[in-house]
Design a protein around this ligand. Structure first.
Ligand code: NCD
Ligand code: ZN
Ligand code: ZN
Ligand code: ZN
Length: 358
């Protein structure tokens, strides 16, 4: 078994649910899933059901819990609402981005009025990432705003061929946007919905095979892979109104390595998409003496058993993959050995942006 050494990977879009929905996930479980998947740095989203990260006190409370629970390094995004603009100066130096929800999804952070969008665009520092949940026409609306109010914007979970083509066109015209694609939009499609039932429901939804093909064909316009790790319990999935979202931290790298084995991208490009570019875009320096070791030849099948996420399931169960995480070293400490996570809660670091003194 010849292993290959890669840098510790980064995921800029995860929902670790603590506080507010610890039945779905918590910092300890979610960050163990990250390490098992070769991811040593995560950025956590603010839409916690029951406890959104939209006040300085909520952010401080979340950071305190993460310091006690996290097994990998973790930073945070802050949530935009029409009413919390005056709190931005107090949190700017403590988070990696501001998240703006422009379409319906889990949580209560939907911003619907153009007036509020504009105010948020203007209130958050132009050079700090503003992350948008924007689907379909909303992507075009954001690009329209940018034509008049230039600032940094990062598009979350791009899923449609038309969206990636629009973003490619905007980049070609010099509009400085970045975007991410989630593995479930690259490896699943609406053809999987009958099989997956509620476990295939997420926002944006699984798209057509033609959209999946378009994402792969436009991979050069994609800046990074982000999992949108969004666990819900089986009961929440199987209830009358299934929750939207799927876990993804532990499965992203094996899936992408499978695509490397199939010749769909190079290993160098994978490292750009999952480490180098997200670190650059979000200002996350690589920790010293940190790397992962993978076996690119190992063939195995993803299963619910063996998932570290608290929700205990994955939409990729049953998928054969090639490529396996064997070992992870974080700041000199062996945190994964033979695929088993050894890290203890609290051993991860809570990250602040380097330019926090702005
Ligand atoms: C996410 C969640 O559950 O928090 N759900 C999802 O379907 N993606 C929210 C989001 O990222 O939109
Ligand atoms: Zn979203
Ligand atoms: Zn998300
Ligand atoms: Zn457990």
């Amino acid at each position: 078994m010849a292993t290959v050494r890669l840098p510790g990977l980064v995921d800029v879009h995860v929902h670790l649910r603590e506080p507010g929905s610890e039945q779905k996930e918590d910092f300890a479980h979610g960050t163990r899933a990250a390490l098992a998947g070769g991811i040593t740095t995560v950025l956590d989203m603010p839409n916690n059901p029951g406890a959104p990260t939209i006040t300085p006190a909520a952010l401080a409370g979340k950071a305190r819990r993460a310091a006690a629970g996290a097994c990998c390094d973790i930073g945070f995004h802050y949530g935009a609402t029409p009413d919390n603009l005056d709190t931005y100066p107090a949190v700017e130096s403590q988070v990696f981005g501001l998240k703006l929800y422009l379409d319906h999804t889990t949580g209560t952070l939907l911003v619907e009025r153009l007036e509020s969008m504009l105010a948020i665009f203007a209130a958050w520092p132009a050079e700090k990432p503003l992350l948008v949940h924007a689907e379909e026409r909303t992507v075009a609306a954001v690009l329209g705003l940018l034509a008049v109010h230039p600032r940094r914007v990062h598009f979350c979970h791009v899923s449609l061929g038309a969206e990636i083509e629009l973003i490619r066109g905007a980049k070609a015209r010099g509009i400085a946007v970045t975007c991410e694609v989630a593995p479930h939009h690259l490896f699943l499609s609406d053809a999987d919905l009958p099989r997956l039932g509620p476990y295939g429901l997420m926002k944006p939804p699984l798209r057509t095979g033609a959209d999946v093909d378009a994402l792969w064909a436009n991979l050069d316009a994609v800046d990074m892979i982000a999992t949108d790790h969004a666990p819900h319990t089986r009961a929440e999935k199987e209830g009358p109104t299934p929750a939207y979202g799927v876990p993804g931290l532990q499965t992203a790298l094996p899936l992408m390595l499978t695509a490397v084995a199939a010749g769909r991208l190079t290993l160098d490009r994978l490292v750009e998409l999952m480490a180098t570019t997200p670190r650059r875009v979000f200002g996350l320096p690589a920790p010293p003496d940190t790397y992962i070791e993978i076996d690119p030849a190992a063939r195995w099948t993803i299963a619910d058993a063996g998932q570290y996420t608290k929700c205990g399931w994955t939409p990729f169960a049953g998928m054969p993959v090639q490529g396996q995480v064997r070992r992870v070293v974080l700041r000199g400490a062996e945190v994964v050995r033979d695929g088993q996570v050894l890290a203890t809660p609290g051993s991860g670091r809570v990250l602040l942006p380097a330019d926090s003194g702005r």
